[in-house]
Ligand binder design. Structure first.
Ligand SMILES: [Zn+2]
Length: 485
């Protein structure tokens, strides 16, 4: 019995875990020394990366190769470092609007400049931004409108051929397939966002586990252990149904242990800068594990313990909201999202609120939640006077909202404008018309603009404008932008 207890003790304080633990804590604490500060927003472009890649040439240990060009002729490079025999390939942003890991790769380059001991047994190869044309427009697909992740077999896109030939020429031992997923994914049956989701993709319909796939699972278990230190409960595991057209599944099949990392959401991290830091930490953890082979001690069965991904989050959830319609009272929960819309140059965005769902949403969660059980719902009113555009900025929006106004009508709006930086909606008087004899509609409709007020007595407690919350009681205004109607 004593011997048995001793064995358990050894397992708990196994050197691989405690070493990873201090390694990751150190990465967390020293991160600002290595963060690539020129990249600080998600909508990064090829032009932002090229000077950084050029600068790496100063360090003779980095080897930079042009692998080819995108459909529109943008150069796609591979950055390699290390002298070991184990080849590890990382590729990011195969989907143009999934840039979180790309930012983290440049942090990792800064780290590797100063910390080369990690590279003794391995050689690392990085292809940042595999889809620069998609990044330019901030779209998933490339300039041919092809989803590169469904082109692993047909190889019609130059970007797909570049990735395939990089994998084949290196015969990479490990591959890291770096993506972003919807911020509305959560760890199943919890309100926690799936800030990072993992997958060791299947290589056949039977979902067999061979050594290649098993090693990917082991690395994931270690990455997840470290992730739990900084974002407890915020990991998800992707469905492993075999997708015969996808790169992850095929690269696994071709004999490279393939790890899919998906960056999701984190509260109040719109630009995903904390999630980028988590990427930095878990990817360096994986690099260390491959280098010192500590992953070999992990049991693949622990992979199954990572909770599954689900999609049950909204930006805002309003519970138990009652309203009247045709003389009767109804109570519903509301699921509201503030969807991003890009500006013309895809360098920034504004948000459009939408009622995504309503009814019994008791199995759903929100990044923010309001309980409206003892509050009274009212649709907002438009301020009764038409305002001169020039006088708009002088208005006291706080007072307007407290009086129950959620929109202002102004005399002229520049063409093609559909949002305003003011924390209120704007109505264009040219589009105001009186509609008669129409069947009334319920005040809350699917897909509609979530703008309304919640009262206690005569006081506005919450104003919801364009899906954003103004917590009037606490004086906290989270309204990022209004819409123009
Ligand atoms: Zn993706």
């Amino acid at each position: 019995m004593k011997k048995f207890l001793l064995l358990i003790g050894l397992a708990i304080s196994s050197p691989s875990f405690s070493q990873n633990n201090s390694f990751s804590k150190d990465l967390f604490q020293t991160y600002d020394n290595y963060k690539e500060k020129t990249l600080n927003k998600r909508r990064i472009k090829h032009n932002d990366l090229q000077p950084l890649i050029e600068k790496l040439r100063v360090d003779k240990d980095f080897e930079i190769r042009t692998l080819g060009r995108s459909v529109e002729g943008r150069e796609i490079s591979m950055i390699s470092i290390g002298t070991g025999k184990t080849n590890v390939l990382f590729w990011s942003q195969m989907h143009g609007n999934e840039p979180t890991a790309t930012m983290a790769l440049f942090d990792i380059f800064n780290y590797l400049k100063k910390n080369k001991a990690l590279l003794k047994n391995i050689k690392l190869h990085f292809i940042p931004m595999l889809n620069p044309d998609g990044a330019e427009r901030y779209t998933r697909r490339n300039a041919l409108y092809i989803d590169i992740n469904r082109d692993a077999v047909r190889l019609q896109s130059p970007e797909s051929r570049i990735l395939k030939s990089a994998r084949d020429s290196l015969k990479a031992d490990f591959g890291f397939n770096l993506h972003d997923q919807s911020i509305y994914y959560n760890a199943v049956r919890t309100p926690k966002p799936a800030t990072i989701s993992f997958l060791a993709p299947a290589f056949n319909y039977e979902k067999d586990i061979n050594t290649t796939r098993g090693n990917a699972m082991k690395i994931i278990v270690q990455m997840n252990q470290v992730l739990q230190e900084f974002a407890p409960g915020q990991a998800g595991r992707y469905n492993d149904d075999f997708e015969p057209r996808a790169f992850g599944d095929n690269i696994q099949k071709w004999g490279t242990s393939t790890i899919l990392v998906e960056s999701g959401g984190y509260p109040n991290d719109t630009e995903k800068q904390f999630i980028r830091k988590l990427n930095y930490i878990i990817l360096l953890t994986a690099i260390k594990s491959i280098s010192d082979q500590s992953y070999k001690k992990i049991n693949t069965r622990d992979y199954e313990k990572i909770p599954k991904n689900d999609r049950k989050l909204f930006d805002l959830k309003v519970n138990n909201l009652s309203f009247e319609y045709l003389g009767k009272k109804y109570t519903v929960d509301l699921g509201i999202n503030t969807v991003e819309r890009d500006n013309k140059k895809h360098t920034d965005f504004y948000n459009i609120g939408r009622i995504e769902d309503l009814g019994d949403l008791s199995t759903y969660y929100g990044y923010k939640t309001i309980d409206a059980s003892d509050l009274v719902f009212k649709s907002g009113e438009t301020y009764p006077k038409i305002v001169d555009k020039k006088n708009l900025e002088k208005m006291n929006f706080d007072q307007l909202v407290k009086k129950g106004y959620t929109a202002v009508a102004i005399d002229s709006i520049p063409k093609n404008t559909d949002f305003t930086h003011y924390p209120i909606n704007i109505v264009d008087i040219r589009h105001m018309s009186i509609q008669k004899n129409k069947m009334p509609k319920p005040p809350l409709r699917l897909g509609a603009d979530p703008t309304f007020l919640l009262y206690r007595g005569n006081e506005v407690v919450y104003a919801i404008i364009n899906g954003f919350v103004y917590d009037v009681e606490k004086g906290k205004n989270y309204i990022k932008n209004g819409v123009i109607k």
